[in-house]
Every structure is written in structure tokens, then in C-alpha cells.
Design a protein around this ligand. Structure first.
Ligand SMILES: Cc1ncc(COP(=O)(O)O)c(C=O)c1O
Length: 403
């Protein structure tokens, strides 16, 4: 059983190796929701996520046993970086098994922190199995990404810091993958302030803890791909499940569109880079079925910021489209000189900016004297998009607006 004393002891043990991340008030999100919103910024943690906390606790607690052979871990990416950094700080070797599809940025960062990376396995659960086998054959210690009470104790130190900075939160929203992060924070918060509601957030694409609570036990579920790759864990950890069942008030689910919107809002409004998994608490606050009384003090744990630039680019475009800030449309034009110029003039008069244009004449299915123009426009919002659509249609253009 994880206890408050374990967590307080861990905070002292790991304090020289991890950052005490800030808890900041967000005027924007408070205004949008009628609540008081605070962000716990673990995206600013060393290694870009909270994972160094649990890894440091585990390694520092067993230094004698771990040296000189080192440790093995399995991870989609953030635990990999956390373990690599914690091992480097303790001067012990680390080997990390990552799935073959793991983000290139996360693989490279892990290598740069001095760990050996083995790319093997399709899912995190497969990587864990491979890592555990390797560990038992080589006599090295395996550091589980979530289903290990000592790792959970390290993650729980986030709860202590939140309550030191904000002693009376009404609600804390936490991303859930394997469940170690929320199990740790909930244990801490429910010991010190039982009336604070603890809410876990998962992607609809991989609702493993949500399903486990419904069925009364952890189950290995089917999943779809998600931009929240860090929380795509198909089976919640056994030890975490028991804590979640006892101490977490609710698990809510968010869609891919809601996650993309949350990442974009954090970037645009707060200049915060969060990865999909780190942004799900904001997605839940803005879009899920949660009913939060006005004026409540709400803490969002922004658990990580490790996102590939190309993925971030895709997420931002998706987020902008959802907000009506990008309009994509296709128009058929008569193939006569000046027809493209007239279209672009009309668009300019309606104050939309052309971001991208593709003009094709030889497409299959296009009548011989017509061309097709695909456009991406920068727009001010959904109303602006509707205005442009009405104007173009009013002038006789046949347009198809794409999502
Ligand atoms: C950024 C981020 N957020 C949340 C989580 C979920 O943590 P847990 O698996 O302990 O539930 C992870 C797990 O890797 C993560 O990397």
C-alpha cells in the first residue's frame, strides 16, 4: 500500500534530481469555463514529462542492488526518457525497450540521455514482456512504467506540490494511461484533502481504465490510434486499478478532436507545448460530460510536452480547422483566362488569406473546359467561413467545403 509518509519521504529523496514545476493560474481558461483554472506544468519537468519522478524514486531506493548491472525499462517514450535521465544521474546503465512505432523524437532523446534503445514489439504490453524477460535473464532490475508501487510513489509527489501551492482545490484532472500517475496523486490528495474530487481522463480511442471500472477488473481492450500516444495503454495496471477504484471519483473520455483543440489552445493562449496525452485534462474541462460548479478551483495536470514537430503541426492544423481558423474548399472553374484571378479577388475582398492553393486541369472526371482549384484559407472563425461560403455561392461558384 502506498502511504502519505512514503510520498513525503520520496519528495525528499528525489528533490535534487527533479524540478519543482510551477502551478500557474490561467485567466483565459478560467474565463472560458466560469471556474478558477490552474495548470500544473509537468511539461516543463526535466525530460519533458513527470516520468523522471517515479524513475528517480525507484533507482535511488535500490542503488546498491542496481549497481553495476543497471536497469531495464519498457516505454512508449516518456518513461524511457525518465529512466534514462534517472539512470544517468545515478551513474548506472539503462536499456529501454520501445515499440517499433515509438516517436522518433522520444527515441532520439532517450539515446541522447545515454540509454540503449531496443525497438521491438507492437504495443507497450509486448515491450513490457520483452523487457521483463531480458531483465530476468540478465539479472538487471526492471522498472515498470506504471504497475509498480515504488514508481507510483514518485509520481505522487506531484500531489504534494499541488497542495502546497493551492491548499484547497475542488477538482484535479489527471491523464490516465496505465494508471500510475493518477493512483499516486489520488493517494496523496485523498489523504490530505479528501473532499477534493479526483477525475481521470482517457482518450476515447483507448479507454482501458474506464472499461476496467465498469467491469470491476483490469482488461486488455481493443484500441484505435490516438494523438495522445503516451496514454495508449490497453490494460490498466493491477496495483493502480485498486487505488483508482478506491480513490478516483470518475474517469471521463475525450475525442481526438477535443484533444487537438486542447493542444492548440494551450499553445495559442498560454504558449504551452503539451503533447496529446498531456492536454487531455483541458480537453475534458472544455468538452466532456463533466459538470463542474461555477467558481470551483480546478487543477489540470499537464503531464508532458514531448511531441514530434510534424505531429504538432498536424495537431495544430486540426485544432485550427475545428475552430474555424482554417477553411479548406474545392471549386470548379471554367478554364478561361482571368477566372482564377476573379475567384482570388473575391476571397481577398472577404478578408481571407490564401495559405495554400492547388490548381489542376487534367483530373479524371473533370469536364474538358473546367479546372479544379483546392484552397486552404486562413479565416477568423466559423461565422467568417459561412460568410465566404455564402458570397461564393451567391456569385454562382460551385464549392465543396472540406473538413
Ligand atoms: C505525458 C503522459 N501523461 C500521462 C501518462 C499516463 O501515466 P500513467 O501511465 O501512469 O497513467 C503518461 C504515461 O506515459 C505520459 O507519458
Amino acid at each position: 500500500m502506498v502511504s502519505l509518509i512514503d510520498i513525503q519521504t520520496s519528495a525528499k529523496l528525489i528533490k535534487d534530481n527533479v524540478l519543482r514545476t510551477p502551478l500557474i493560474y490561467s485567466h483565459t481558461f478560467s474565463k472560458m469555463t466560469g471556474t478558477e483554472v490552474y495548470l500544473k506544468l509537468e511539461n516543463l519537468q526535466i525530460g519533458g514529462s513527470f516520468k523522471i519522478r517515479g524513475a528517480t524514486h525507484k533507482i535511488q531506493s535500490h542503488l546498491k542492488q542496481i549497481r553495476p548491472k543497471g536497469v531495464i525499462a519498457a516505454s512508449v517514450g516518456n518513461h524511457a526518457q525518465g529512466v534514462a535521465l534517472a539512470a544517468r544521474a545515478a551513474d548506472v546503465p539503462a536499456t529501454i525497450v520501445m515499440p517499433i512505432w515509438a516517436s522518433i523524437t522520444k527515441q532520439e532523446a532517450t539515446r541522447n540521455y545515454g540509454a540503449e534503445v531496443i525497438l521491438q514489439g507492437e504495443s507497450l504490453l509486448e515491450c513490457i514482456k520483452i523487457g521483463q524477460d531480458l531483465a530476468s535473464k540478465s539479472g538487471r532490475m526492471f522498472i515498470h512504467p506504471y504497475d509498480d508501487e515504488e514508481v507510483t510513489i514518485g509520481q505522487a509527489t506531484i500531489g504534494l506540490e499541488i497542495l502546497e501551492d493551492l491548499p484547497n482545490p475542488d477538482l484535479i484532472l489527471v491523464p490516465v494511461g496505465g494508471g500510475g500517475l493518477i493512483a499516486g496523486i489520488a493517494t496523496c490528495v485523498k489523504s490530505l484533502r479528501p473532499q477534493t474530487q479526483m477525475v481521470g481522463v482517457q482518450a476515447e480511442a483507448c479507454p482501458s481504465a474506464y472499461e476496467a471500472l465498469k467491469l470491476g477488473k483490469p482488461v486488455n481492450i481493443d484500441y484505435k490510434n490516438s494523438i495522445a500516444d503516451a496514454i495508449m495503454v490497453t490494460e490498466v495496471g493491477e496495483s493502480d486499478f485498486h487505488i483508482i477504484r478506491e480513490k478516483v471519483d470518475q474517469i471521463v473520455l475525450v475525442s481526438e478532436d477535443q484533444i487537438a483543440e486542447a493542444v492548440t489552445l494551450l499553445l495559442e493562449r498560454k504558449k504551452i507545448i503539451a503533447e496529446g496525452g498531456g492536454a487531455v485534462p483541458l480537453a475534458a474541462l472544455l468538452g466532456s460530460s463533466l459538470r463542474i460548479p461555477k467558481g470551483s478551483k480546478v487543477v489540470l495536470v499537464i503531464s508532458g510536452g514531448n511531441v514530434d514537430s510534424l505531429v504538432l503541426d498536424k495537431i495544430i492544423r486540426q485544432g485550427l480547422r475545428l475552430h474555424g481558423r482554417l477553411m479548406r474548399l474545392s471549386v470548379c472553374l471554367e478554364d478561361v483566362s482571368g477566372s482564377l484571378a476573379s475567384l482570388l479577388n473575391l476571397i481577398a475582398r472577404n478578408r481571407a488569406n490564401v495559405v495554400h492553393i492547388h490548381h489542376s486541369r487534367n483530373e479524371q472526371g473533370l469536364p474538358i473546359n473546367f479546372t479544379r482549384v483546392d484552397l486552404e484559407l486562413e479565416t477568423r472563425g466559423t461565422e467568417h467561413i459561412n460568410e465566404i461560403k455564402d458570397v461564393l455561392e451567391g456569385q454562382g461558384y460551385h464549392i465543396k467545403v472540406k473538413r
